[in-house]
Design a protein around this ligand. Structure first.
Ligand code: ASP
Length: 300
């Protein structure tokens, strides 16, 4: 049953890092892409669709958009290939799905959702994930599909350019259900089958109708070691922090002292949203049923 046909909120990120007006020549393109992503998500939510559908469709769009480090345009591994990670979580059922190290699934976020809905597992990796995706009819592409001229150039003259970002989305729908999803190519030049926080439930992604939905971006090893997404939930549930306090605490008092860089987007069960990062910038956007809409790229 529709509880409140008008009430929803959606927040998106396109990665955090060394982002400032001087090194973002494609600012207009990024803004347009975030705007389109909001449009896709809002349309679903406004029409009574679920937060899970909104999150999946928004992340699919961002995976297909070469401006971000997810799906097409993702960063390259040391071997010059693309290996993708993604996860999604349903705050109502606490079910979750993830894929890691996949090289040929066009939209890893949809594979993650299928793991959640069509298997009794939470995470499938590499060839196993591909075999599953093929079996259920998801689109399979050659690894070259993901590699753009720009990502190749960046790889060829790797200079620690960490400007391209992971993508993520959190949403609450008119039924009061929260959902979160994250998708990434991981860290540039990663090796040995490295997997980051994005596909790890509780690290890069978490959603629970008791508290909030969270999607993270940044230096994944720090986010894994600090269970960042679950940490936000735990502070709210066990310590009665509000959303903003919980997110700020984890970034400012947990990650920053350790040297962990990145950002968080989150929505609570009342539909309040927040974002916070300790990098120069974070591509981010939000819209809600009250008509509020923001698209921001740079520091606070
Ligand atoms: N968190 C991602 C990872 O470590 C990268 C990013 O968000 O930029 O794989």
């Amino acid at each position: 049953m529709l509880l409140n046909a008008q009430k929803y909120c959606i927040v998106i990120h396109g990665g955090a890092g060394n982002i400032n007006p001087n090194n973002t020549p494609n600012e207009q393109q990024v803004r347009r892409a975030l705007d389109t992503a909001l449009f896709i998500g809002e349309k679903i939510l406004r029409n009574g669709g679920t937060s899970l559908d909104a999150v999946e469709q928004v992340v699919r769009f961002l995976e297909d958009c070469p401006l971000f480090n997810a799906g097409k345009g993702a960063v390259l591994t040391e071997e010059g290939k693309v290996e993708l990670d993604a996860s999604i979580m349903d705050g109502k059922t606490l079910l979750a799905g993830a894929v890691a190290g996949v090289t040929d699934i066009k939209n890893p976020i949809s594979a993650a959702r299928a793991v959640m809905e069509k298997t009794s597992h939470v995470m499938l990796v590499r060839e196993g994930a591909s075999a599953f995706a093929k079996k259920i009819g998801l689109e399979i592409v050659p690894n070259e599909y993901f590699i753009t001229n720009e990502s190749k150039q960046r790889y060829d003259k790797y200079k620690n350019t960490d400007k391209k970002g992971t993508v993520g989305c959190v949403a609450i729908d008119s039924y009061g259900n929260l959902a979160a999803g994250t998708s990434t190519g991981g860290m540039m030049m990663k090796k040995y089958g490295r997997v980051g926080d994005s596909p790890i439930i509780g690290a890069g992604t978490y959603a629970n109708n008791a508290s909030c939905a969270v999607s993270c971006t940044g230096h994944g090893e720090y986010f894994i070691r600090n269970s960042v997404a679950f940490h936000v939930h735990a502070l709210m549930v066990y310590k009665n922090y509000n959303l903003n306090q919980a997110v700020s605490f984890v970034i400012d008092s947990v990650l920053t002292p350790q040297g962990g860089t990145g950002g968080i987007i989150a929505i609570d069960k009342q539909g309040n949203y927040t974002w916070h990062f300790n990098t120069q910038g974070m591509y981010r956007a939000m819209a809600n049923s009250e008509g509020k809409k923001l698209i921001e790229l740079y520091g606070k």
